[in-house]
Design a protein around this ligand. Structure first.
Ligand code: CP
Ligand code: NVA
Length: 295
């Protein structure tokens, strides 16, 4: 059973994920449902955001509640005051917290000290709300999850980590192609014993149902961006690479994208691209998550 918080995909069982997908589909079909009347959600963000911030805010409003956005400049999580104090104070005002942090430990500390649910809105280690929304998108496009093959090309970052865990739980074959030195951490590799790790994007993509990539330089790694551009040079997703996948392959990216880097110019507009459905589904999946945790 899903617990008080959603910090990592590893917190979930396959039944929890399937129930969240079913609930998101119902909410998407049913339009506005007032499930969280009068409830308040704090959004604490140490990093920038378009999708996560707006989709959580809109989700709360459409469910009858409200969201309060708090930037790092205002809260100073762990700087102006200890994270444990922020957690205990917010617990006296609001009904839930979404936190976007650098250190994953920060969302864990918030959850430990808050008496209200804490949702990870992206940390350096995971992006569970993104990947749950992506499972919804894949399920809508392919009609199933189990047995599909998802190829991830690029950096083993927060999104890749959550994908690795989610595919292992849902019985999706996961292949990941990363340059040497950019592989998922060993402890995560061990959590997905059936996953395939390679340095060759072509091997990863062969006959795949889903091809997924993300930026080479994540938020907070900007100082490394030049070195990363060189390391990832052969890892761009383009039509040539996609042509090795199944004919009905879908292409996914969490956005924001760097056109001409990890994706070829024009790829978002290709017939295979479902990236804007992914972005929309953040709203529907997060409504399901909020309804589950805040009610
Ligand atoms: N995909 C995603 O989380 O986007 P934002 O960084 O804009 O929230
Ligand atoms: N890996 C990216 C995802 C952004 C949604 C980052 O952390 O910046």
């Amino acid at each position: 059973m899903i617990g008080k918080n959603l910090l990592s995909i590893a917190d979930l069982k396959s039944g929890d994920i399937q129930r969240l997908i079913d609930s998101a589909i119902m909410l998407k079909r049913g339009g506005k449902k007032i499930l969280l009347e009068g409830k308040l959600l704090a959004l604490i963000f140490e990093k920038p955001s378009l999708r996560t911030r707006v989709s959580f805010d809109v989700a709360m409003k459409q469910l009858g509640g409200e969201a309060i956005y708090l930037s790092q400049a205002e809260v100073g999580l762990g700087q102006r005051e200890p994270i444990s104090d922020v957690a205990r104070v917010l617990s006296r005002y609001v009904d839930g917290i979404v936190a976007r942090t650098f250190a994953h430990k920060s969302v864990e500390l918030l959850a430990k000290h808050a008496s209200i649910p804490v949702i990870n809105g992206l940390s350096n280690e995971e992006h569970p709300c993104q990947v749950l929304s992506d499972l919804l998108t894949i399920y809508e496009k392919k009609g199933k999850l189990k047995g599909l093959t998802l190829a991830y090309i690029g950096d083993a970052n927060n999104v890749a980590n959550s994908l690795l865990l989610a595919t292992a739980i849902m019985g999706i074959n996961f292949r990941i192609a990363t340059p040497k030195g950019y592989e998922p951490e060993l402890k995560l590799q061990k959590m997905a014993p059936m996953a395939h790790f390679t340095q060759d994007p072509k091997i990863a993509v062969e006959n795949a149902d889903v091809v997924y990539t993300d930026v080479w330089t994540s938020m907070g790694q900007e100082a490394e961006s030049e070195r990363r551009r060189a390391s990832f040079a052969g890892y761009q997703v383009n039509q040539e690479l996609l042509s090795l996948a199944k004919r009905e392959v879908i292409f996914m990216h969490p956005l924001p994208a760097h056109h001409g880097e990890e994706i070829a110019e024009g790829l978002l507009e290709s017939t295979q691209s479902v990236v804007f459905d992914q972005a929309e589904n953040r709203l529907h999946m997060q409504k399901a998550i909020l309804a589950k945790l805040l009610r």
